[in-house]
Write a protein of this length. Structure first.
Lengths: 136, 136, 136, 136
DNA sequence: GTGGTCTAGACCACA
DNA sequence: GTGGTCTAGACCACA
C-alpha cells in the first residue's frame, strides 16, 4: 500500500476512461514514479476502487502490453516493462518534432501564443526533473 | 495570392498523404503564412503537381472543412476560415497541457530528456514568431 | 458482393476468434487479395454472418487499426491502409530471421525436420506468387 | 559438459532478456548442440558472466521448465528434458503451417519478397543440418 | 448506415 | 489469486 500507484478517473472528461488510464501509466513511467519491474494495481482492484467495469481496465492494460509498455506476469499481474529505445537519434528527434508541430498547431487553434506554450511547458518539465532527483 | 502556398509530400513518411496535407495547412495557418480568406491551391492543381490522386486532396480539404479550418467557396475553391476561439482561458490551457503531457511521455519513450525537448521546441517557436513579424 | 472478402472462423481452433480474424486480414493483404483502399465487411455484417458478437469483430478491427494495418473511414467502415515500410534492409531482414528462428525451434519441438519445413513452405510461397500474378 | 554452452545477450535488442535466454536454449536444442540430459550453465554463473540479475536467468529457466523443455535436477541444476512429440502428423504440420503463414505476413509487412524469404531460410536450415551431422 | 465505449456477468487458463 | 475472451445489449458520435 505504501506509496503504491493509484489510478484516478474524470468521468466527465472528454477522453474515454481506458485512454485516461493508459495516459496515467505512461506519464508515471516517464516521470520515474513507476519503474521497470513495478507491479500495477490489479484489474479487479482498480475496477472496484474506481467503480468501473473490469473490462475497461483490462482494455487499457492489454493495449499497453501490445505497445510494449507493460508485461504480463502470469498469475501475478501486470508489471512495467523494461524500456527499449530503438532507431537512430535523428529519427527519434524527428518523431518528437512531428509531435511538437502538433503542439504548435493546437496552441494556435486555441489562441495561445508562443510565450504561453513555454510558460505551460517549463513547470511541467521542471516538476519532472525534480521527481527524478527526489526518487533517485 | 496564387503561388503563395505549395504542398509537399513524403510518400514514405508513415502518415497517410491526406493527413500530411491537413497537417501542412494547419501549420501554415498557425505560422501566419496562410490567413483567413486566403485561397488554397485547387484540388486538381495540387494533385497534378504532387502526382497523387485528386480524391486524396479532396479528402484532406473535406475533413478540414468539417473541422471548421477551411470554408468552401462554391465554384471558386477552398478558403481559410476565420479562426474562432472557444471556451475559457483555463479550459484552453488545460487542453494544451494535455497535449504537452503527451510530448513528455513520447520524449521519454524515445529516450530524449528535458533539455532535448526544449532545444527542439525553441527554434520551432522562434521560426514561428519570425514569420509572423515578417508577414505582418 | 462480387468477389468480396469474407471471414471464416474455426470455433474449435486454439486461437481466440479475434486473432483468427486479424490473421486472415493480414494474410489476405500479404497475398494481394486485399489492397490498400479496399473496404472490409462491416462489423455487424461479419458478426451476423459468423454468428459471433460484434464486439469480437470490433476488437480485431481496433487492434489492426492501432497496428496501422487498417484505417477507419468515419461513417463508412474500415479500409486497408497504405503499407509503409520503415527501417534499413538489414534491420528488416534481421527481424524476419528472428521469426524464422522461431520456425526452426517450433519444427524441432514438433519433430519435423528440415526437409519437412521446406516442403510445407514452398507450396505456400508458390501459391502466393500465383495469386499476385493472377490479380495484376 | 561444463563450458559446452554459453549465453549471450543483446541489451538493446527489443526483446526482454529472459526471452532472449529462452530462445537461445530452444534454438540450441533444435540444432542439436544441446541434447536431453545436458546440464545448463547455473543461474549464478550465467548472471555473473552476462552481468544481469540472477532473477532474470531464473525466470527463463522456470518458464522453460513449465513448458517441459527443461527439468530441474534438485541441488544440481537444470537439464535438457527428453523431447516428447505429441499429436498426429497432420496436426503437427498444421501447427507449423500456421507459423509459416505468420512468416509470410511478416515478410510482406517488411517489404521482403518470396525469394528473400527462401534465401534467408536456406542457410539457417543448412547450418542446422551441418551441426547435427558434426555433433553425432 | 459506420465503428467505439461501457456495463454486467459467465467462463477460461495459469499459478 | 491473476488477466483474457466472449456474449448481450445499451448508448454514443459521426455521416
Amino acid at each position: 500500500m505504501y506509496g503504491k500507484f493509484r489510478f484516478y478517473v474524470y468521468p466527465s472528461a472528454g477522453a474515454p476512461i481506458y485512454q485516461q488510464l493508459m495516459q496515467q501509466v505512461k506519464f508515471q513511467i516517464a516521470s520515474g514514479r513507476l519503474s521497470p519491474g513495478d507491479y500495477l494495481p490489479s484489474v479487479r482492484e482498480t475496477a472496484t476502487e474506481l467503480q468501473i467495469n473490469p473490462m475497461t481496465v483490462s482494455k487499457a492494460y492489454s493495449i499497453l502490453e501490445r505497445e510494449g509498455v507493460l508485461t504480463r506476469d502470469r498469475g501475478q499481474g501486470m508489471i512495467v516493462a523494461t524500456q527499449t529505445t530503438r532507431g537512430a537519434l535523428k529519427e527519434r528527434r524527428d518523431e518528437l518534432k512531428s509531435l511538437l508541430r502538433e503542439v504548435i498547431v493546437k496552441a494556435h487553434q486555441l489562441g495561445l501564443d508562443t510565450n504561453e506554450v513555454m510558460s505551460l511547458l517549463k513547470p511541467m518539465l521542471a516538476e519532472l526533473d525534480k521527481d527524478k532527483v527526489a526518487l533517485k
